[in-house]
Structures are given as structure tokens and as C-alpha cells.
Design a protein around this ligand. Structure first.
Ligand SMILES: Nc1nc2c(ncn2[C@@H]2O[C@H](COP(=O)(O)OP(=O)(O)O)[C@@H](O)[C@H]2O)c(=O)[nH]1
Ligand SMILES: [Mg+2]
Length: 216
């Protein structure tokens, strides 16, 4: 695997879309970052692209309600998806952006890989599990990043990674699990290597999509 072929630093903001109709043309390869609000999606995007404020990070959960599109080069994009599962927002708002998220995941042809971010201290919540199951059923490869791993000592960190690797076997899909810290830049090389693999694949391989409406 050769990381040099993808220049993650070249990521630049394209648009914030409320739904897929307002996204760039659905061609090329897209990798989406999904996870509960506050899981560390925006921070991970910033760490991977080595840009301090490419994706806005926030200490207030539930603020990233739009589909944020970043381009690495023509036809290669990284997507910061709306966070899911945050309870303290009005129901109406929650329904609206979760519909946008579900539609994106089901309909976007250029989606070739899903990064699922989960806080290493409480991974595999119901909604995370449902997303992992759906991705596997849709034959979409997944990179599960166990975020904020700087919060655990190396031993506990490793045992959590092994536990999650074991647990996700039940889905029978292509799920890779790595510890990650945006703060300490841990797990960055592994994450970039996997993203590179996805970004350089044949653009015509398309996963199947299943109904996700009942999940999110
Ligand atoms: N200790 C630690 N905190 C982090 C890390 N990544 C994110 N955070 C913090 O977690 C909060 C949510 O991060 P953010 O990236 O905005 O999450 P998002 O809602 O998933 O986009 C912020 O206060 C971040 O500073 C990490 O690797 N280590
Ligand atoms: Mg965010």
C-alpha cells in the first residue's frame, strides 16, 4: 500500500448540503465519516487531513447537522455526516437530519467506504451496531475507529480493540477496527492506509444498498 498516492493535506471544503440533492455530482469515490454526535468525527477528519479547522469541531454535541463535503482531488471526496443518536435536540430536527443521513447512505453511488467512529470508552451502542450491520449487508467496507484512545492506558486500549474486533465478527463483513486519537495522532497511519486503499480502488465496484430507514 502506498500512502503517497493520496495527498490528504490537499483536502478542501466544497459545500455543506442539507440533503443529497445539493451535493456535488455523484461520481468518483466518496468515503463518509459517521458516528454518534461528539464521537470525534470532525476531529478525526482534521487529524487525517492535517488541517486544524477543516471540519469544524465542537464541544457542543449535535451541531454538525449538514452533510459536509471535502475534496481531496477530482472525484475523491471525504464526507462529514450529521451525527446520530444525540438526544438533547428537538425531535423535529433530529428526524430531519437523520432522514438526510439515511438517504445519503442508501442512495449515494459514489460511497465506497464508511468510517464509523465510536468513543473507545463506550463503543458499539445499538445505533452503531445497526449501522455496522447495514454496511455489511450492503457490502460496504467499514473502518471502525475507536476514538479518544488517549483516554485509556495502552493495555486497556488494546484490550478494547480486541474486544470490538471479536464483537464485529458477527456481521461477517469487511470491518477493520483500529484505536485512534486525534489529540495524540494515534492510529493515523493505519487509518490513512485503509482510506488510501478505498480511494484508489476501481470506481465501478458498487455495493448493494438495503433499507436503512428503520435504523437511524
Ligand atoms: N481526548 C480527546 N478528545 C477528543 C478527541 N477527538 C475529539 N475529542 C473531543 O471530543 C469532542 C467532540 O469532537 P468532534 O470532533 O467535534 O466530534 P463530532 O461531533 O463527532 O464531530 C470535542 O470536545 C473534541 O475536542 C481525541 O482524540 N482525544
Ligand atoms: Mg462534527
Amino acid at each position: 500500500m502506498d500512502n503517497k498516492q493520496i495527498n490528504f493535506n490537499s483536502a478542501h471544503f466544497i459545500t455543506s448540503a442539507p440533503d443529497i440533492t445539493q451535493m456535488p455530482e455523484d461520481s468518483g469515490i466518496e468515503i463518509a465519516f459517521a458516528g454518534r454526535s461528539n464521537a470525534g468525527k470532525s476531529s478525526a477528519l482534521n487529524a487525517i487531513t492535517q488541517q486544524k479547522s477543516l471540519a469544524r469541531t465542537s464541544k457542543t454535541p449535535g451541531r454538525t447537522q449538514l452533510i459536509n463535503v471535502f475534496e481531496l482531488s477530482e472525484g475523491k471526496r471525504l464526507i462529514d455526516l450529521p451525527g446520530y443518536g444525540y438526544a438533547k435536540v428537538p425531535e423535529q430536527m433530529k428526524l430531519k437530519w437523520q432522514a438526510a443521513l439515511s438517504e445519503y447512505l442508501q442512495k449515494r453511488e459514489s460511497l465506497k467506504g464508511l468510517v464509523v467512529l465510536m468513543d473507545i470508552r463506550h463503543p458499539l451502542k445499538d445505533i452503531d451496531q445497526q449501522l455496522l450491520q447495514w454496511a455489511c449487508e450492503s457490502r460496504l467496507p467499514v473502518l471502525a475507529l475507536l476514538t479518544k484512545c488517549d483516554k485509556l492506558k495502552p493495555g486497556a486500549r488494546q484490550s478494547e480493540v480486541l474486544k470490538v474486533r471479536q464483537a464485529v465478527k458477527v456481521y461477517g463483513g469487511d470491518i477493520r477496527v483500529e484505536a485512534f486519537s486525534s489529540l495524540k495522532f494515534l492510529g493515523l497511519d493505519q487509518a490513512k492506509a485503509i482510506l488510501t486503499e478505498w480511494l484508489l480502488q476501481d470506481e465501478n465496484s458498487k455495493p448493494d444498498t438495503n433499507q436503512l430507514d428503520d435504523i437511524l
